[in-house]
Design a protein around this ligand. Structure first.
Ligand SMILES: Cc1cc2nc3c(=O)[nH]c(=O)nc-3n(C[C@H](O)[C@H](O)[C@H](O)COP(=O)(O)OP(=O)(O)OC[C@H]3O[C@@H](n4cnc5c(N)ncnc54)[C@H](O)[C@@H]3O)c2cc1C
Length: 375
């Protein structure tokens, strides 16, 4: 006998977990995750920065629309704040100053608080940035550190409390539409539902293949991160994250050490991605060119897949041809910071409702998110 649900979500990362959380009051929900730990892939490998000015208009609408949830989550969601002040400092070399001015014009249309800084002001905030490297900066004080694990666990726990069933070590192996229902096999069981939600991260196009749906052209891109010892002669825990204005690298304090990334974007097939020595070396080289940091000891490195479609806008909505097949894909480098906005949007659309009006007022658009744009 197969078990029946109103919704089956494939993938227990941030996308699937946040969707389950907001969907769980609207019908019976099953969440299937192929790994034994739902945060094993991209969700557990992020840089944990909430940057409201990051990304295109849809990303910004979903990020800013999720801020109230992050600041005041429902009772019992978490034990400590989900966001803590950090700030993001974009830095530019001489030849990047035009880009910096363009970024300022763009970002200041969304964030009134963004400020231009001269070299002295940049170095007052992050004294290790080389005086002969930097020509100017932009400070965004609204960027925050996110507690990714608390956010993810809050969504998983909250959706379980609302009745969502969660099964781990359950890789979806087949999807067949029979008599108006999806038959889903995973972990040796068969389940049924009217609606299947494809939140499989880097594997979303592979899951579409199982359903016989047309791919959306998702490209998983590897991004590398390293943790290294911070300077010993200066306090650095309050430094903002500093980011090359062309996103050639970024760096920030992280639990008593420093985190850096070469901001690499190497296209890959979906997999359990590992860091490459060359990308680690590039990260070290770029950071040492820009700063006086001496990176002698790397204590940890990792890589994760950020998955994008061509227009870098997430794909959220029912497939135009495969009935009952709902896309929740292409979260790119923004899937944590957009999670409350994306969770509410996907839950509304999957249950036949409209996108919540507060998100629409910020610019969230059913048409721009829809998979119909690939038809
Ligand atoms: C280095 C790095 C830095 C980043 N920094 C930030 C940041 O600062 N801020 C931000 O907001 N975002 C950031 N991101 C992006 C963010 O991490 C992602 O957008 C987000 O985690 C994507 O979540 P997801 O649920 O779509 O994917 P995932 O977390 O990968 O979840 C998908 C899940 O689907 C499961 N799955 C796949 N196929 C199947 C199947 N057949 N059956 C069952 N389960 C299946 C997988 O096991 C996986 O657990 C960063 C990413 C990286 C790599």
């Amino acid at each position: 006998m197969s078990k029946n649900f109103d919704f089956i979500i494939i993938g227990g990362g941030m996308a699937g977990a946040s969707c389950a959380y907001f969907l769980s009051g609207k019908g019976s929900v099953l969440l299937l995750e192929m790994e034994s730990q739902p945060g094993y892939h991209t969700t557990g490998r992020s840089a944990a920065l909430f940057a409201p000015s990051y990304g295109n208009a849809q990303i910004r609408a979903l990020s800013i629309g999720g801020q109230p949830f992050f600041f005041e989550p429902p009772a019992g969601f978490c034990e400590a704040p989900l966001l803590t002040p950090r700030g993001a400092l974009f830095i530019a070399r001489n030849e990047q100053m035009q880009t910096m001015n363009d970024v300022y014009d763009d970002v200041s249309s969304v964030l009134k608080t963004v400020q231009k800084l001269d070299v002295a002001q940049v170095r007052e905030l992050v004294p290790v940035i080389r005086e002969d490297y930097v020509a100017g900066g932009l400070l965004d004080i609204e960027s925050m550190d996110m507690d990714v694990n608390a956010i993810h666990q809050g969504f998983l726990r909250g959706s379980r409390a609302n009745g969502t069933e969660q099964v781990t070590s359950a890789k979806v192996e087949s999807l067949n539409r029979e008599n108006g229902d999806w038959q889903v096999t995973a972990g040796g069981e068969t389940y049924k539902s009217k609606v299947v939600i494809n939140a499989a991260g880097a594997w979303c196009d592979q899951v579409a293949d199982l359903a016989g749906a047309k791919r959306v052209g998702l490209v998983p891109k590897r991004r590398t991160a390293i943790i290294f010892d911070g300077p010993t002669d200066i306090s650095f825990s309050d430094w903002p994250a500093f980011v090359d204005v062309d996103e050639e690298f970024y760096c920030r304090p992280e639990s008593g050490a420093m985190m850096g990334s070469p901001a690499d974007e190497t296209p890959m097939d979906p997999c359990d991605v590992q860091p490459e020595e060359l990308d680690i070396a590039i990260a070290v080289d770029r950071l040492q060119q820009a700063t006086t940091l001496e990176i002698k000891r790397i204590t940890r490195s990792w890589a994760g897949l950020r998955s994008f479609v061509a227009d870098k806008t997430p794909v959220v909505g029912f497939d135009p041809e495969a009935e009952g097949f709902f896309w929740l894909a292409g979260q790119g480098g923004y899937g944590i910071q957009t999670a409350p906005g994306m969770g509410r949007t996907s839950a509304a659309l999957a249950s036949g409702e409209e996108i919540p009006s507060d998100l629409v007022d910020l610019g969230a658009s059913k048409a721009e998110l829809s998979p119909e744009r690939f038809a």
